[in-house]
Write a protein that binds this ligand. Structure first.
Ligand code: SF4
Length: 340
């Protein structure tokens, strides 16, 4: 492993390019890393390279100077596009790149951009592509900590507690968005989808919606339409931009979701929320907010982190009852108070 010193003088502010994760939730869990970089060097410039579908979330993160939306597709190598992008970024003379995804291709743009110091986890044997390499501290440690380690030298742990992710929201603009969709007054947001797979999708959103004393708004991407089908409420899955979904969550009295990107959005906007976990673990990717309540049965087979239940019975979600979700909602106290 070799590390080369940044080219900039010690008195000049450093310029860092962070290559963001490809999932909205992971991008939010990377925010404590960005906050730590800023604490260490207040004048640092932090630009984030992110896929189009994650960029709107990053644009609302305090401490990010610029989001560079990359015209890249999920899972595609797109070598020529990455080379072009890297060449374009050379002019920005970044001192360091921090690559958060583990893939080989994610490290290509900083390499092509001639960034001297390129750090990240070894991931897919990225020797050479990266020159400041980290090894994961343990299996499935909290994701926010996993990323925040990259603010310290390899082998060192960042001071804890870490700052929690937060997103900026213009309340007036958010209320105008709600009005545009015909939403007046108090409402709850349900997010019945989870892009990762069916093992993360709670099957009782329809029953819960039928028992809610508030109007329900359903949010998600077009791929979540099937999960939203049959759930009583205003179904906006696939009908909003990510920015609009974020604004609608920001004005909601309550958010109920699976472990998904929108769960982390609700936490970052500090909305009262109930998060329902199935095959994944709230120890690994918890919603980071004091206003979150997590429901997880923690069966002997969980977390299996599978997309589809490998045992076929899906007990981790099927046995998580509507009553249990209602209990957690009651504990939040938002449905009985005048406003949250
Ligand atoms: S194996 Fe267990 S934790 Fe995994 S999906 Fe099936 S029931 Fe859920």
């Amino acid at each position: 492993m070799s590390t080369r010193a940044p080219r900039r003088g010690a008195t000049e502010p450093a310029r860092i390019l962070v290559v963001a994760p490809n999932w909205i939730g992971d991008a939010l869990l990377a925010q404590p890393l960005l906050a730590r970089l800023r604490e260490q060097r207040p004048a640092v410039r932090i630009d984030v390279l992110a896929p189009d579908w994650v960029a709107p979330v990053l644009r609302r993160m305090p401490g990010v100077d610029e989001v560079i939306a990359a015209p890249l597709r999920h899972g595609a190598l797109q070598l020529r596009e990455r080379w072009r992008l890297g060449r374009l970024l050379r002019a920005r003379a970044y001192d360091q790149a921090i690559v958060l995804p583990n893939s080989w291709k994610a490290a290509l743009v900083p390499f092509f951009a001639n960034i001297a110091l390129r750090s990240g986890y070894v991931g897919e044997s990225r020797y050479g592509l990266l020159n400041l390499l980290y090894r994961a501290a343990g299996a499935r440690e909290p994701m926010a900590l996993h990323y925040a380690r990259l603010s310290e030298p390899p082998g060192s742990a960042p001071a804890q507690p870490l700052p929690e992710p937060r997103l900026a929201l213009d309340s007036a603009a958010a209320r105008a968005t709600a009005k545009r969709f015909g939403i007046e007054g108090r409402y709850a947001v349900f997010c019945p989808g989870a892009e990762y797979g069916p093992a993360k999708r709670w099957p009782y959103f329809a029953e819960l919606a039928a028992r809610m004393p508030l109007p329900v708004v359903l949010l998600g991407s077009a791929r979540d339409r099937e999960a939203c089908a049959g759930v009583p409420g205003l179904d906006l899955a696939g009908r909003t931009s990510l920015d609009q979904a974020l604004e609608l969550i920001g004005c909601a009295e309550l958010v109920v979701s699976n472990d998904s990107g929108l769960m982390h959005v609700a936490a970052a906007l500090e909305r009262p929320q109930v998060a329902l976990f199935g095959s994944s673990s709230p120890e690994h990717t918890p919603p980071l907010s004091a206003r979150s309540r997590v429901v997880w049965l923690q069966l002997e087979c969980s977390p299996c982190f599978a997309r589809v239940c490998p045992l076929g019975h899906f007990r981790c979600m099927k046995e998580l009852s509507v009553e249990r979700a209602l209990d957690e909602i009651a504990r939040l106290g938002v449905l009985t108070s005048p406003a949250a």
